[in-house]
Design a protein. Structure first.
Length: 263
């Protein structure tokens, strides 16, 4: 079955509506694992090299689950897809937001899979930088009754401290809000009236086996997007260090990012 037919199956399952907004207009099919991961032998082999990273970041055994070394287009299936409106599609493909797998439950032989929507934090680019965890001590940490750690935010604001731990704590305390940066606007529709808050749940119904595969692709996508965002790469992932899988050479792009950020 061609991927066009699989997209038709996805639209039928999702009733040709955006799973996030419920809107039936301008629908696009979003792929969690992109088509280019396994559409030819070269891409398929390169994806196989990510097996170790998939286990470390997403706890998904790539080669034993959603990928096959001897089979192309393994993920070009409806269980790797969801229907979203064009604005959401644009934001998802640029890594500005993502869905987190929450769980599933059986209902009348079908499985209802729960995902939760989150905006990604707009963090400073930290490409090729080493984080000194000992520096956290200067931010006057406080223990809270729920065993979480917090910071002296008055000092943080006064000294304009920018550190990953502090940035993430502020982002989480604010409810994981959408950044005000123009980068977080849909590319083709910057005046979009789309209003989305982190924490919105969606539910997708499918068979048991499909739900297992769906869980894996969602977890892999979530791991990739959140890791990229932690490096400051949300919406600008191309600045991350590139690795040539032929010879292992690294091709840093952080200098290019700094030149761009200065303008």
């Amino acid at each position: 079955m061609s991927y066009d037919e699989e997209e038709i199956k996805c639209k039928k399952r999702d009733q040709s509506k955006c799973v996030l907004t419920g809107r039936p207009h301008n629908i696009s099919v979003f792929w969690f694992i992109s088509r280019g991961w396994n559409d030819n032998v070269q891409h398929n082999n390169a994806t196989g090299n990510l097996d170790g990273g998939s286990m470390r970041l997403a706890k998904v055994p790539l080669l034993r689950d959603i990928h096959r070394a001897t089979q192309l287009r393994q993920t070009q299936k409806a269980w790797n897809m969801i229907c979203v409106c064009e604005d959401v599609y644009d934001l998802l493909t640029r890594g500005l937001c993502a869905f987190k797998y929450i769980g599933k439950e059986e209902r009348d032989g079908q499985f209802k899979v729960q995902l939760r929507f989150f905006w990604m934090p707009d963090l400073p680019g930290r490409f090729n930088q080493i984080i000194d965890l000992n520096m956290i001590k200067r931010w006057e940490l406080y223990g809270e009754p729920d065993n979480f750690t917090t910071f002296d935010y008055t000092k943080v604001r006064r000294e304009k401290i920018r550190d990953l731990s502090v940035d993430l704590q502020i982002f989480q305390r604010g409810g994981c809000p959408r950044s005000r940066s123009d980068r977080y606007k849909p590319t083709t529709n910057p005046n979009s009236d789309l209003e989305l808050l982190s924490g919105k749940d969606i539910y997708i119904t499918m068979s048991e086996r499909e739900s297992e595969l769906f869980e894996s692709v969602v977890k892999v996508h979530w791991a990739c997007i959140t890791y990229t965002a932690l490096c400051g790469g949300a919406g600008r992932a191309w600045f991350l260090t590139g690795k040539n899988q032929v010879n292992g050479d690294l091709q840093p792009r952080d200098a290019e990012f700094r030149r761009t950020a200065d303008h």
